[in-house]
Design a protein. Structure first.
Length: 116
C-alpha cells in the first residue's frame, strides 16, 4: 500500500499498547510519562531515510480522519508500517466508523507520512 504523492508517502498505521504507555496510564493521562509514551511515531529506519525523516525529528501523519505531528523514532518495524501507541495522538488519526462492531479500527489504515 505504499503510494507516493507530493505531500509524502502512504504507509500503513498500526497501534497498540506498550509497556511505557501502560506505566504512564497508571500515573495519569495528564502525566509527562504518559504523554512521552504515547506522543511518538515508530517507523522502519529505511522508510525514515527515504522520506528524509531524522531519528528524533518531527513527522506529520495525515489520515482521512485527521492530522498529527509527532517525534519519529527508528524501530524494528517492517517497511511500510508506522506504529503509534494507543493514546490521544493516534485517536486523531482513527476514523469513527466501526463497521457495526462498536470499535473503530486501530490497525491497517492508510496514513500519509512526511517530515514536519
Amino acid at each position: 500500500m505504499n503510494g507516493r504523492s507530493a505531500l509524502g508517502e502512504s504507509l500503513t498505521l498500526i497501534t497498540g499498547r506498550t509497556r511505557e504507555q501502560g506505566i504512564g496510564m497508571h500515573k495519569g493521562k495528564a502525566s509527562t510519562e504518559y504523554r512521552r509514551a504515547t506522543e511518538r511515531a515508530e517507523m522502519n529506519a529505511d522508510d525514515m531515510a527515504r522520506l528524509l525523516i531524522q531519528d528524533g525529528g518531527r513527522v506529520r501523519l495525515r489520515s482521512a480522519a485527521g492530522e498529527v505531528e509527532l517525534p519519529a523514532h527508528a524501530g524494528s518495524l517492517p517497511p511500510g508500517l508506522v506504529f503509534v501507541p494507543m493514546g490521544a495522538s493516534v485517536n486523531v488519526l482513527v476514523e469513527a466508523e466501526t463497521q457495526g462492531t462498536g470499535m473503530p479500527s486501530f490497525k491497517g489504515s492508510s496514513v500519509t507520512v512526511e517530515p514536519a
